[in-house]
Design a protein around this ligand. Sequence first.
Ligand SMILES: [Zn+2]
Length: 241
Amino acid sequence: MKIADGVYVLPIPRGQQPENYLNLTLILDGENGNTLVDAGLPGQAEVIGAALADAGIGVEDLGRIVFTHQDLDHIGSGAALVRQSGARVLACSDDAPYIDGNLRPLKLSPEMLEKRPQMRQVLERLEPVRVDELLEDGAHLDLAGGTTVVFTPGHTPGHVSLYLERPKVLVAGDALTSEEGYLNGPNQSMTLDMPTAIQSIKKLAELEVDTIVCYHGGVVSEDATGQLRRVLREASYDADA
Ligand SMILES: [Zn+2]
């Protein structure tokens, strides 16, 4: 699905669950390299390759992969895609050690696995990915005519969102979720630090956005800025209550 010039959202089915998609973002840039934001679950390289082909490129044409954060549904097929493409990997320094295998991903801790035993299998298949470039808050990337890295911790300590300035697209990762165009806050049960996550929404609500891409839930395009401010009001109210 094309959401702006050279910007595509690639819905990848989440395993066996129909109607449940992971929404990867692809930014095409012939000059600076094509960039994929997030990389699905382990074992999804082929499905992602097919989605890239629909957008007109092959896996080998990827120049960069940006991870919004360390969770396994975001980094899962990263290693396989890097092997096929030689793409450079970018992520925030606070999450990088969990991505490159130095530390076990926070949501796959023994306590978390106790609560979600089905994750054990996935953990066994999870391959670490080397991070080539660390992203800092406010960093500028030469993507889509100018992209700002927005540090949005809370869901994980090193979560980042991307703001594509020219098309006013916000790639929100898991800092926000949506359902059929209706914007919501992050998934509370999977967000490690909710007060920090609300501070991050506050930061995002200062942006002027036409389109928001939520990894879980997909594209929000109707009154995106207004919806973002509503989510902030609701989240702040919940926090005060
Ligand atoms: Zn996720």
